[in-house]
Design a binder for this molecule. Structure first.
Ligand code: 5GP
Ligand code: ZN
Length: 120
């Protein structure tokens, strides 16, 4: 994909505004535009990878940096005591809508069951 066509690459480039809560040399964390919980932060690598599988295969160290940034934001947002959820929607069944890998960091209230329903 041409990264100029990627929404999150454009946020990294500063072409689209976002509420950034943490930035490292390789990662960016910013608030989700449609929060699903009191705290809803997206954590991305600045480099474009389509999804978590591609990232883990292509640069496992960078995948670890995404997790470390997510953990640092969880601490800054005061989520470590009561807990939080970190998830990567991936592909069609996972409901992924933006194809630049992002971890959803969710917390600030009880988050309910992991899935909406019983799929079995
Ligand atoms: P996905 O469904 O791909 O896992 O999640 C994409 C997320 O990106 C959604 O939660 C959506 O609210 C968020 N999002 C979509 N467009 C924007 C935007 O322009 N800015 C921000 N901050 N979040 C966005
Ligand atoms: Zn991108």
């Amino acid at each position: 994909m041409n990264t100029t066509d990627c929404l999150f690459c454009r946020i990294v480039a500063g072409e689209i505004p976002a509420t950034v809560v943490r930035e490292t040399r390789t990662t960016l964390a910013f608030r989700d535009i449609g929060p699903k919980a009191p705290v809803h932060v997206l954590v991305i690598p600045k480099e474009h990878y389509a999804d978590v599988a591609t990232l883990a295969e292509g640069d496992p160290g960078l995948a670890g940096e995404v997790l470390a940034t997510a953990a640092a934001v969880a601490e800054e947002e005061g989520l470590l005591g009561d807990g939080f959820r970190l998830l990567f929607n991936t592909g069609a069944y996972g409901g992924q809508e933006v194809f630049h890998v992002h971890a959803h960091l969710l917390g600030g209230a009880p988050l309910g069951p992991m899935l909406a329903g019983n799929l079995s």
